[in-house]
Design a protein around this ligand. Sequence first.
Ligand SMILES: Cc1cc2nc3c(=O)[nH]c(=O)nc-3n(C[C@H](O)[C@H](O)[C@H](O)COP(=O)(O)OP(=O)(O)OC[C@H]3O[C@@H](n4cnc5c(N)ncnc54)[C@H](O)[C@@H]3O)c2cc1C
Length: 418
Amino acid sequence: MPIDFTLTAEQRELQMSARSFARTVLSGVADATRHLATPAERFAATRPFYEQVVKAGFLRRMIPAPLGGEGTGVFDMAVVAEEFQAVDVNVSLTLFGSLLGLMPVMLAGSPAQQRTFIAPFLERAGTPLAAFAFSEPGGSANFASPVPGTGLRTAARLDGEEWVITGAKQWVSSATGWDGNGADLICVVCRTDPTAAPDSAISVIAVPRSAGGIKGIVLERAADLMGHRAHLTPRFRLEQVRTARDNVLGRAGGGLELVEMSFAGTAALVGVFGVALMRAAFDYALNFARTENRGGAAPIIEHQAVGYALADAKMAIEAARYLSWKACHAMDSNAPGAFELALHAKVFGSETAVKMITDLMRVVGIESYDHQCPLAGLLQDAMAYPLFDGGNMGVRRRQLHALLKSPGYDPLTASGAA
Ligand SMILES: Cc1cc2nc3c(=O)[nH]c(=O)nc-3n(C[C@H](O)[C@H](O)[C@H](O)COP(=O)(O)OP(=O)(O)OC[C@H]3O[C@@H](n4cnc5c(N)ncnc54)[C@H](O)[C@@H]3O)c2cc1C
């Protein structure tokens, strides 16, 4: 019965423990951060919560077992992601941003690199952060552009046994760390050959933090985000940042492919992020509709228009969840259509979340426009999903459109029916 999406006993246990942790611990993030004036202060206030995530073993639970963790795949990450994101997106994205940061190591690192760089993230102690430094000020949609486009601008040159990295990055989750001096590990996407074509000019280089910080990381500003208000996405410079020559992950010059692979791993999860916010919004709107008369004779759920809107919202949640689960399962089983499904899950889950939360605001009415009601905040958080992780314009253009145009494309591959 491989079509059956019933969770295994272990997955169900994971779901329950993640749900209980989110409700008892992560539910405190909003009160601990909302009154703070700056993004840096809000991020700093999330540290005790992230420490508890690590202590409870959720970070090591996401790292694949062959690499020393207890992870069993993207599907299990999705189970945790839905429970965490439904309660708090900030600490949750710090966790999943770190997993994105580790992704190039997990996908392409040598056994020695994997041992060294992943070790701090296997502990049940501390607040280790990893970052995937891809996006740049001035835009990254055309990072693979050949001349006359500038493409990716951060560059690394060899100086003896070290790479020297110079450039600027922006939007990179947790990159400047808790103290502004760098995450524990930054995987920097940079140009290692100034003259080669993009498919052999770009590399991903690991920069581990040493005691005191990463020399040459200069924090310019932490973005004041529309949602994810207590999550850190800094703009920073890399001023002659030095790292060992053998810290290139995968093939030197093979970074283009590694970037795409790293984002494919998270695309399916973003679909689940959308599900999580829809679920939180639906729970609120359903309860409101069942308990509020708004001056009328009966709770508003008795009105057909309200019932229909809630029914549509619930359908959207189920559809987005199963598409995302299917994509995660395809990733875990290396199915030929996994990449396409992951992109579908990302685009569909993120855009459905924005639309559906807006629809539910209409169900609740004017109360939803006040931050005392959670729907406005959920919409602000959801607005990030079509924009980040490559952006849905970019996913459609660079990836889905390219796939559809490719001569060997078979529309049935994604459903496993080719
Ligand atoms: C909360 C959050 C966390 C994030 N975490 C990270 C992270 O950990 N690491 C990281 O590297 N980044 C991160 N980002 C940034 C983000 O993932 C990417 O920078 C972003 O998805 C790329 O944005 P963009 O496509 O709008 O790029 P831009 O280059 O800014 O493009 C701007 C617009 O121009 C359009 N455009 C450009 N060229 C073309 C073209 N040829 N044809 C059609 N349209 C075009 C794009 O589609 C887009 O609409 C994060 C962002 C947020 C909000």
